[in-house]
Design a protein around this ligand. Sequence first.
Ligand SMILES: C[S@@+](CC[C@H](N)C(=O)[O-])C[C@H]1O[C@@H](n2cnc3c(N)ncnc32)[C@H](O)[C@@H]1O
Length: 248
Amino acid sequence: MGILSRLLDLRGPASARSCSLEPFQSSDNPSGNTGSTEFEVDGWVTSAFVAQTLVLLVGVHPFPLLELMLMTATVCRLQPPLIFEWGTNIGKSARLFHEIAQYFRIKTTVHTCDLPDDVDHVEHPHAQRGAMVRGLEGGQLHQGDGLTTSLGLWEQAGRPPSPLFFLDGDHSHASVRREIDGILAVVPDPVLLLHDTFLQSSDSGYNTGPRQAVEETLAAHPGRFQAVHLGLSLPGMSFLYPFTPQRA
Ligand SMILES: C[S@@+](CC[C@H](N)C(=O)[O-])C[C@H]1O[C@@H](n2cnc3c(N)ncnc32)[C@H](O)[C@@H]1O
């Protein structure tokens, strides 16, 4: 599809098309220049999907538009065979990953994990756990510690390359640091998306612990990752992906 046709793409929102029996799927993978060193997707394709499908399903809270764009771009570009995410809470992020994979026909399984019901956590969803993904194909709900459970599942699956980890559990510096370090100790080429990493100066009173944990990781592993930080607004998201030198 050329630029002009994209600008004139007036098919309307997914809700307006929902009378169709066709599943919402696209054969266009928006990745561009896949042999080059820099991350690239076609932002017109991902924008249309986010605006016409994702926003209607999940809204823009807790993930603003630019975070929905990054989650979509990550899955399309890196096509992870497995997605591990925690915490599940009501299942918004798990639902997002499910919808992205479905629409762009990416073969993956979404494993989502939240704490057991008897563990006390201020954000624990209890009966609402995973409400937005229950019964969907291609997704699996788990209970336990997100890091330990996910690494166990990755081992059981035969340690496939380039799994995606979405860290959205406890947002203390120590927790995020433990989770990143735990992944990096055993997975050679993980792709990491981390939520709540917005950086602001200390006068704001914001929790900048997650971003601090990310910066410490980048400093401890020079050259291992390329990093993208969404810096315009709370809650913020950071994306770390393995650096791949340009092919000859
Ligand atoms: C901000 S909410 C996650 C929102 C969710 N991703 C969504 O999109 O709906 C944080 C969740 O992390 C869970 N959590 C906290 N520590 C965890 C851990 N170590 N392992 C798994 N889940 C954890 C909490 O119970 C809570 O449900």
